[in-house]
Design a binder for this molecule. Structure first.
Ligand SMILES: C[S@@+](CC[C@H](N)C(=O)[O-])C[C@H]1O[C@@H](n2cnc3c(N)ncnc32)[C@H](O)[C@@H]1O
Length: 215
């Protein structure tokens, strides 16, 4: 089996070809750092991968849980067809305000709706817009099983659930490491891997994105 070593150069190469940020995405990322927001958004390679997944799945209705400054939402929103719509849930009023401004900056404000509040409450609101074709989970790790269960109930066969931070900095692969988030992500990965209702895989760029397609 040919195996390319996983080096920063390889990722820089891929990014330079297939995950190029335009001026808006670059600004969103750099300004969120300057504004002191946590630097936990997906990277360009992961954003480009999400964009590709939304396109590949032909999704018209996307739900994201965990908006932050809207970086991943912009990558996904841009992949939607003219009549597509993305709903994104964010509990922090500060993050939500920055994201709303960024959606205007990116010109996607007509096709993106931010649902402000805790995910558990906001999923009840989001249910009014179901079914979704694509659900991207990127919020509190302990909530992943609950969000995943909700997603599977609100997507049709062929619908996709993606979850960010599936590798949690690589710590999930080390059985000697434990902590609330490490254990939550490790248990979540195991749960999806064993779920007969889906076909799933982890794409390992960045912090890893778990992708599950409902059978
Ligand atoms: C990793 S960031 C999202 C990054 C974003 N998806 C991106 O890549 O650009 C996680 C976000 O989820 C929000 N969040 C965490 N727990 C939440 C919850 N229970 N309900 C709603 N939002 C939550 C946080 O405030 C934070 O802004």
């Amino acid at each position: 089996m040919n195996q390319t070593p996983d080096t920063p150069q390889i990722h820089a190469y891929i990014q330079s070809l297939f995950a190029r940020e335009d001026e808006t995405l670059r600004r969103v990322r750099e300004e969120s750092a300057a504004q002191g927001l946590p630097q936990i958004a997906v990277g360009p390679e992961e954003g480009a991968f999400l964009h590709l997944l939304v396109r590949l799945s032909g999704a018209r209705r996307v739900l994201e849980i965990g908006t932050l400054a809207g970086y991943s939402a912009i990558w996904m929103g841009r992949a939607l067809p003219e009549d597509g719509h993305l709903y994104t849930i964010e509990k922090s009023p500060r993050h939500a305000a920055v994201a709303r401004r960024n959606f205007q900056l990116a010109g996607v404000e007509q096709r993106v709706t931010l649902l402000e509040g805790d995910a558990v409450a906001m999923l009840k609101q989001a249910a009014r817009h179901a079914p979704f074709d694509f659900v991207f989970i990127d919020a509190d790790k302990e909530g992943y099983p609950r969000y995943y269960a909700w997603a599977l109930e609100h997507i049709p066969a062929g619908g996709v659930v993606a979850a960010h931070n599936a590798l949690w900095g690589g710590s999930v692969a080390r059985q000697d490491l434990h902590g609330p988030a490490i254990d939550a992500v490790r248990d979540f990965n195991r749960m999806v891997a064993d779920d007969p209702r889906v076909t799933a895989h982890i794409y390992p760029a960045g912090d890893g994105t778990l992708v599950a397609v409902k059978k």
